[in-house]
Design a protein around this ligand. Structure first.
Ligand SMILES: Cc1ncc(COP(=O)(O)O)c(C=O)c1O
Length: 388
């Protein structure tokens, strides 16, 4: 890498002008979707139509899952899936996750018990889960972190041994393979997100995958207010339907999912190749046997060795036109909605160190390389930047 520039924070020109996108959705072209949209409009079958049924069938085949139900968001899928289990009490959940993970519990009147994560994989620590189990525990909720799944076999085995439910917020998991099998085949159920930041998007949407037919049925009714068809509902569902437009967008994207995963895996290699020599930067460990979706590309900034704290680096990168995200800071137990006075030392450290770099299925190698050049330059000039 041969660069030497004055960082934008010290008065130099920004590296990217206009600014680089943090992420960009990979979507089919309008020309490809236009005939689909035209037919949806002409037939008037805007929702609950053939495209939704076809998408669910395609996803069953793709995920190798017997039961798949599409909903209008991962959040609504989680809420309905948890509702189907009729739980009460406490649910053990990693604090290092997105707020929607915890909201799904709150909407079901369940109490989150936050536990620590592993400092390398960023996923929930199995031993921390085991240690947190009490007679009040009714379930464990785990979560993929940036495409890396938690130890789902270990969690399934632990929950079976203890008689607990286990479900997973797999929002980041579409495209992930575990021992060669697509994500979506663990726990009582898993839910993917198809919002615009995910590899496969419906614009907005969620996908529930389960091995249990009664959970599938609950969600089918639940996404339709709880209406079993007779208009006499026996529980309070919601409007969680995925429209035909959304289903058409996602169906058209599905054949490209694999190429999106490959594109991201390649970008991760480009990033790592250039960043591995910079002191104070390390990467997320992906468990053996896992191919991550790389929904995000996190780096960990050790302030002492890098020369800048994560927040100082984020500010300097932003000035260069490189937007980043400090996911998931603040963590669950420090969100105002859930505040608990807990000591979760690994989560606290990860919240101070993790910074997600720009990543998308459409990003060019040259863009990733220039981000790396920026990082190198900011490290070199850290002493001057630290006082800005
Ligand atoms: C870990 C996690 N869970 C849940 C969600 C919510 O997904 P949705 O926006 O589809 O409801 C997100 C959103 O990105 C997420 O990152």
């Amino acid at each position: 890498m041969i660069t030497s520039k004055v960082p934008a924070l010290l008065g130099g020109p920004p590296t990217f002008e206009p600014s680089l996108a943090f992420t960009r959705p990979a979507v089919p072209s309008f020309a490809e979707l236009a005939p689909e949209f035209e037919e949806i409009l002409n037939t008037g079958a805007l929702t609950k139509g053939p495209r939704l049924a076809r998408l669910e069938q395609s996803l069953r085949e793709h995920l190798k899952s017997p039961h798949v139900v599409c909903v209008n968001s991962c959040t609504s899928g989680l809420i309905l899936g948890i509702q189907s289990l009729n739980l009460s009490g406490e649910v053990i959940v990693p604090s290092f996750s997105f707020m929607a993970t915890f909201h799904a519990l709150r909407w079901n009147n369940l109490t989150p018990v936050f536990v620590d994560c592993n400092p390398y994989s960023l996923t929930v620590d199995l031993e921390a889960v085991r240690a947190a189990i009490t007679p009040r525990t009714c379930a464990v909720m785990s979560a993929y972190v940036f495409g890396n799944p938690p130890d789902l076999d270990g969690l399934d085995a632990l929950c079976k041994e203890k008689g607990l439910a286990h479900f997973c917020d797999s929002a980041h998991g579409i495209g992930t393979l575990i021992d060669g099998v697509p994500a979506g085949n663990h726990g009582d159920f898993e839910v993917f997100s198809c919002s615009p930041t995910k590899l496969l998007t419906a614009a907005e949407g969620g996908v529930v995958s389960t091995r249990r037919p009664e959970i599938e049925q609950w969600i089918r009714n639940g996404r339709d207010y709880g209406n079993p068809g007779s208009y006499d509902c026996d529980f309070a569902g919601l409007n969680g339907r995925m429209s035909e437009f959304h289903a058409a967008i996602m169906q058209a994207g599905l054949p490209r999912l694999e190429s999106y995963v490959q594109a991201r895996a390649h970008l991760v290699e480009v990033y790592k190749q250039h960043l591995c020599a910079i002191p104070g930067i390390r990467f997320q460990d992906i468990r053996a046997g896992v191919r991550s979706s790389n929904k995000d590309f996190p780096i960990f900034i050790e302030a002492g060795a890098f020369g800048l704290h994560r927040d100082q680096l984020q500010k300097a990168l932003l000035a260069e036109g490189v937007p980043t995200r400090a996911y998931f800071d603040p963590p669950g137990h420090q969100l105002t909605a859930y505040k608990q006075d807990l000591d979760l030392p690994v989560t606290a450290r990860m919240c101070a160190e993790v910074l997600c770099m720009p990543m998308s299925s459409l990003m060019a190698d040259s863009e990733a390389e220039r981000v790396c050049q920026c990082l190198l330059e900011l490290h070199r000039q850290a002493p001057a930047l630290a006082s800005v």
